[in-house]
Design a protein around this ligand. Structure first.
Ligand code: ASP
Ligand code: MG
Length: 424
């Protein structure tokens, strides 16, 4: 017998039939004798609809966010999860399973005061654990908690993944199963590379890179939490027949396990290829090469909430002038140029150049730490296809390459096959 947290995303609870199907997945685990807590998202499209309603209201003068009062925003958008938690509890009861819905405030899941993008501070798992011990399934509304002002706070879009992992950590679950509309984590986006393979296991650190680089399987924050609290997390599909053979296999369920790297015995050098579209490059030319220049550039950008990613600076030839290039999301270019213009005298540069519509392709794998030549392989493969590299950054477990947008798919396919990731 084990303790399992099962999380179902929006498409898995999109209508009443799917909710009944989810109940069958839960029943399978309950029948196997496990203690189960379930975390649900809102029905797919619901949160967007609720956000749209908020945005359709007149602006709040003096509100704490430009368009609305963030506390009321939370009161409204958190309602989607309240509905699904109740519906699933009913579906379970109809199958003779003892089940009860829980809202964030009832547990409580304590968050900070950042309404609309709150972080979980603390979860009191005692009640849930007690009820699970009595054989009751807790059906918990994801995406929400209780702020220090005792008001509902939501965790940011996609936040129910984070709810699930946090609850799994709080109740010391043996496993957190994230049920979604894909059947696992792939070596790259299967829509671009049909040869992509489903991974059996991926290390937390690798998944963190994959998730932040555009593989939208999980909210990034949930992976960070899973890594910190070492929550073994499975990504698996809710669309398979709940009673198909192997679905209840405790040690080897179908899907991808995100786990500690020590659990991965046959580590490949490269685990996956990720890409992020709509990147823009900004270059400052003939910048004074002296202490404080970088701070003068990136301080004001950070204050304007511009998310800077790759940063490349060269060593100047004669110690007087240098160039600095960095990337931002295409949507932030105008704002960034404006901020740089306002600070031109403080920074001291000649001209700013920029280019949008670029793509960042990344090669990810913890095996890189102990292997030489991984980057050279990528550069050669891209060169053979005539793809020009605009900028490169690396970390211990990642090589990121900036290229022109139209080459994105070719680059992803090329890198995927040059590291032998294609399925045969
Ligand atoms: N329903 C919320 C959203 O759409 C939370 C989630 O699905 O994870 O963002
Ligand atoms: Mg989601």
């Amino acid at each position: 017998m084990a303790r399992i947290v099962m999380k179902f995303g929006g498409t898995s609870v999109a209508d009443l039939d799917r909710i009944k199907n989810v109940a069958r997945h839960v029943k399978r685990e309950v029948d196997a004798g496990h203690e189960v807590a379930v975390v649900v998202s809102a029905m797919s499209g619901k949160t967007n609809e609720l956000v749209g309603w908020v945005q359709g209201m007149p602006k709040v003068v003096g509100g704490d966010s430009p368009f609305y009062d963030a506390r009321e925003y939370d009161a409204i958008v958190a309602s989607g999860e309240q509905v699904t938690s109740g519906l699933l509890a009913i579906a379970l009861q109809a199958m003779d399973i003892n089940a009860r819905s829980w809202q964030g405030w009832q547990i409580p899941i304590r968050t900070d005061n950042a309404h609309g993008a709150a972080r979980i501070l603390e979860i009191d798992g005692a009640d849930i654990v007690k009820r699970m011990g009595e054989g009751q399934v807790a059906v918990i509304a994801g995406f929400q908690g209780l702020g220090p002002d005792n008001r509902v706070a939501t965790l940011g879009r996609g936040g129910s993944d984070t709810s699930a992992v946090a609850i799994a950590a709080a109740v010391k679950a043996d496993r957190c199963d994230i049920y979604t509309d894909v059947d696992g984590v792939y070596t790259t986006d299967p829509r671009i590379v049909p040869q992509a393979r489903r991974l059996k296991k991926i290390a937390f650190e690798e998944m963190l890179e994959m998730a932040s680089l555009g593989a939208k399987v999980l909210q990034v924050r949930s992976v960070e939490l899973a890594m910190v609290f070492k929550v073994r997390t499975f990504v698996r599909s809710s669309f398979e027949d709940p009673d198909a053979p192997g679905m209840g296999d405790f040690l080897n369920p179908p899907g991808t396990l995100i786990c500690d790297e020590e659990e991965i015995v046959e580590q490949e050098v490269v685990t996956g290829i990720a890409y992020a579209k709509d990147e823009a490059q900004i270059s400052l030319r003939r910048l004074a090469d002296r202490p404080g220049v970088s701070a003068a550039i990136f301080g004001p950008l950070a204050e304007s909430h511009i998310n800077v990613d790759m940063i490349v600076q060269n060593i100047s030839e004669d110690g007087s002038k240098t160039d600095m290039t960095f990337t931002v999301p295409s949507g932030d270019v105008e704002k960034a140029i404006k901020v740089l213009g306002e600070n031109k005298d403080k920074i001291g540069y000649d001209v700013v150049q920029n280019e949008s519509g670029l793509v960042k392709v990344s090669v990810i794998g913890i095996g890189m730490r102990s292997h030489a030549g991984v980057a050279a392989t990528a550069f050669k493969a891209l060169a053979d296809k005539g793809i020009n590299i605009k900028a490169i950054t690396t970390s211990e477990i990642k090589i990121s390459i900036l290229i022109d947008g139209p080459y994105a798919e070719l680059a992803v396919r090329t890198l995927h096959s040059c590291y032998g990731l294609d399925k045969n």
